[in-house]
Structures are given as structure tokens and as C-alpha cells.
Design a protein around this ligand. Structure first.
Ligand code: SF4
Length: 293
């Protein structure tokens, strides 16, 4: 996996602009989904709670980026965190997404089921924060599993409590962002707290799920040696569940979105990590016995 591909889970929308990525993408945006009509605010809230509808930012079909094989990645709207390095601030507000019926999403999975099975792929829910709409995501996963389709949840784990053990049972693989190992740094990076991520990783491990860890490397923010050691030690508590760690070097593909949305961008002048820094952090994780990309 090259560096640009590895970073993709948090830079999805920007990478669509690159020629290489365009050649991997079969379609995208929100094509193919009819929006529910005639639902008032109360109906929508009720349908959101039951998972009859979900608010979706966009979706696409891609290969070997958000999990194994050819995948349908669905970017859900809404996120409770405010990461300084967020590449998709346009997904933060759930109401900015488009409401999509559960049946329409399941039908879409069904349409590609043979392709997924042939390539070892499946469906990935990303965001935003996919666990902000647990009923919708878990119901789609349940239907996907019934079709024999591989399921992958891309999450920060911050909303650990939103997801029941039964919901976890329908996840095959989790792309878990461990954004920092030090609680204070985590708060500085995201505005949230670290413990729910640790709890979610441990619950996944206890239920026999596979985890790919994602760690975004930002000089002066997350690259501190002690912080990296703490991330590694957290990952050790997930045991054999961890298949590898993706070290994702920060870059500026998300900057135009912050400008467009007129949100003050804290990493305006951040240049991203040097090769020396990337090598040191990868070696640190390797020294704990992890496979690192
Ligand atoms: S978890 Fe952080 S990086 Fe991901 S969408 Fe939310 S704010 Fe952005």
C-alpha cells in the first residue's frame, strides 16, 4: 500500500481529484439513491433512531483502500469529534447529508454482492463517524452478512457505547483510528476523550474481530515518541485482533475544504512529517511486533 493510498480513509474526497484515484473509482457521490420525501422532522428523527433511514454524505466503489478487495464505501454524515487534521469537515453535520432509505442501501449492496465475493471485498461504512448512526449501519451490516458479504467499520471508536455487542457481531473488520496514545494529546487533537476508543478496540478483540489500526502522523501534534509508544501499548491490549498498523502521514489535501467552509484551520502551515520522522514512527511500532504500513 503506497503512502497516498494508506492515507485515503481520511482523505477520500480530495483523492477523487487525483488521476490515479479516478481510475480506481467506478462511481460516487450520491447517485442511485432516492431521497425520502414527505417525511417531517419528527418522522425523520424516528426513522433515524430505528435505522429506517441514514444520512449519507457520499459513497463509491473502490479497490483495496478501505478494507480488502473491491468495496463499496459509504461515508455517513455527522461526527462528534473535531480533529485538527480532519480532511472531511464537510461531513461533520449530519443534517448536511442526504437521507437514504435502508432498503435502497441494502439493494445497492445486493447489486454488487457477486463482485464483492469474487474479489474478497465488501461494504465499508466510514464518515464522518459511522457509529453516529448505529441503527442504520448495523442493520445494513446484518443484511450484508446474510448475503455473505464482508463488512468493515471505519471509526474513531469514540461512540463506543452506541454499538451493542450484537451489532459488533456483524462486523468482520474494523479500521480503528487511534488518534493518540496520550489522553491530553488525544483531547488536543480531537476535542474528545481517548478511553472509548480503547474500550471499543478491546470489545472488538474480545468478540474475535479483526482490526486495522490507523494513526495519523502530524509533526508537533502526534509524533512525540512517548505518544507513539502509548499508541503501541494500547494496540497491544487488542492482542491478535490487530492485523497491522497504518501510519498515515499528514498532508494538506483537506485544506481547501476548511477554507470553503470558513472554519479556522489550525494546521494551515503544517508541512507533514519528514522521511526521518515517518521511519522512526514505523520502527517504533515494529519494535512492539506490529506489521506496519
Ligand atoms: S473523526 Fe476526526 S478526522 Fe474523522 S471525520 Fe470526525 S473530525 Fe474528521
Amino acid at each position: 500500500m503506497d503512502e497516498r493510498t494508506a492515507f485515503r480513509s481520511t482523505t477520500q474526497h480530495m483523492l477523487k481529484e487525483s488521476k490515479t484515484y479516478a481510475s480506481q473509482t467506478l462511481m460516487g457521490g450520491l447517485s442511485g439513491f432516492e431521497s425520502p420525501i414527505g417525511l417531517d422532522r419528527r418522522d425523520r428523527i424516528r426513522a433515524l433512531r430505528t435505522g429506517d433511514i441514514g444520512f449519507v454524505h457520499s459513497w463509491d466503489i473502490n479497490t483495496s483502500v478501505d478494507g480488502p478487495g473491491t468495496r463499496m464505501t459509504v461515508f455517513m454524515s455527522g461526527c462528534p469529534l473535531r480533529c485538527q487534521y480532519c480532511q472531511n469537515p464537510d461531513t461533520w453535520k449530519m443534517r448536511d447529508g442526504k437521507p437514504v432509505y435502508l432498503e435502497a442501501m441494502v439493494k445497492k449492496v445486493e447489486r454488487y454482492a457477486d463482485l464483492f465475493k469474487a474479489t474478497g471485498g465488501g461494504i465499508t461504512f466510514s464518515g464522518g463517524e459511522s457509529m453516529m448512526q448505529p441503527a442504520f449501519v448495523s442493520r445494513v451490516f446484518h443484511e450484508a452478512k446474510a448475503m455473505g458479504v464482508h463488512t468493515c467499520l471505519d471509526t474513531s471508536g469514540f461512540l463506543n457505547r452506541n454499538y451493542t455487542d450484537e451489532m459488533i457481531d456483524d462486523i468482520d473488520l474494523c479500521l480503528l483510528d487511534v488518534k493518540s496514545g496520550d489522553p491530553d494529546t488525544y483531547e488536543r487533537v480531537t476535542g474528545g476523550i481517548l478511553q472509548p476508543t480503547i474500550d471499543f478496540g478491546q470489545r472488538l478483540a474480545a468478540r474475535g474481530k479483526k482490526i486495522w489500526i490507523r494513526f495519523v502522523l502530524v509533526p508537533g501534534l502526534t509524533d512525540d515518541e512517548e505518544n507513539v509508544d502509548k499508541v503501541a501499548r494500547i494496540c497491544l491490549t487488542f492482542g491478535d485482533a490487530v492485523e497491522h498498523i497504518d501510519v498515515l502521514p499528514f498532508h494538506q489535501l483537506g485544506r481547501p475544504k476548511w477554507h470553503e467552509l470558513r472554519i479556522p484551520y489550525p494546521l494551515e502551515d503544517q508541512k507533514g512529517p519528514s522521511k526521518v520522522c515517518k521511519d522512526r514512527v514505523r520502527e517504533q511500532f515494529e519494535s512492539y511486533g506490529f506489521r506496519v504500513y
